[in-house]
Design a protein around this ligand. Structure first.
Ligand code: FES
Length: 138
C-alpha cells in the first residue's frame, strides 16, 4: 500500500487538531464497521467558516483526511463547504489507496454533520440544505 507524501504529512503533522470552545456547529460521525470516530468543530461568522478543528479517533487516513478537510473549508462560505466532497479531499491529498477511500467519506460527512448542527442551532431545519448525514457503508 502506498501513501502520498501529503497523506503522510497530514497524518504525522495534522492541522487543526482540537476543539473549538463556543463552536457554532459541532458534528460527529462514526463508521460502525471500523469503529473510527470523527468530531468536527466549526466557527461561523456571517456565513463564513472562520475556524475549523477536529478530533479523530481513527486510522491514519481518517486523520489525514480530516486534517485536509479542515484546511480546505477554513475561510470558505457555508455554501462552498457544503460542496466539499470526499473526492476533493482525496485529490488535495494526492490520492488514497482504494481501500482507504471510505475514510475520506468520514471527513466529508463530519463537515456536513457540523453544518447540520449549525443550522439546527439557528432554528433552521438542516435537512433541505445539508441533506441526510450518511455513515460510510464500507
Ligand atoms: Fe475507519 Fe479509516 S479505517 S476511517
Amino acid at each position: 500500500m502506498m501513501y502520498s507524501e501529503k497523506v503522510l504529512d497530514h497524518f504525522s503533522n495534522p492541522r487543526n487538531v482540537g476543539e473549538i470552545e463556543n463552536a457554532d456547529g459541532v458534528g460527529e460521525i462514526g463508521n460502525a464497521k471500523c469503529g473510527d470516530i470523527m468530531k468536527m468543530y466549526l466557527k461561523i461568522d456571517n456565513g463564513i467558516i472562520t475556524d475549523a478543528k477536529f478530533k479523530t479517533f481513527g486510522c491514519g487516513a481518517a486523520i489525514a483526511t480530516s486534517s485536509m478537510a479542515t484546511e480546505l473549508i477554513k475561510g470558505q462560505s457555508i455554501e462552498d463547504a457544503l460542496k466539499l466532497t470526499n473526492d476533493a479531499v482525496v485529490e488535495a491529498l494526492d490520492g488514497l489507496p482504494a481501500v482507504k477511500i471510505h475514510c475520506s467519506v468520514l471527513a466529508e460527512q463530519a463537515v456536513r454533520s457540523a453544518l447540520s448542527d449549525y443550522y439546527t442551532r439557528q432554528g433552521i431545519d438542516p435537512l433541505p440544505i445539508v441533506g441526510e448525514i450518511k455513515e460510510p457503508e464500507e
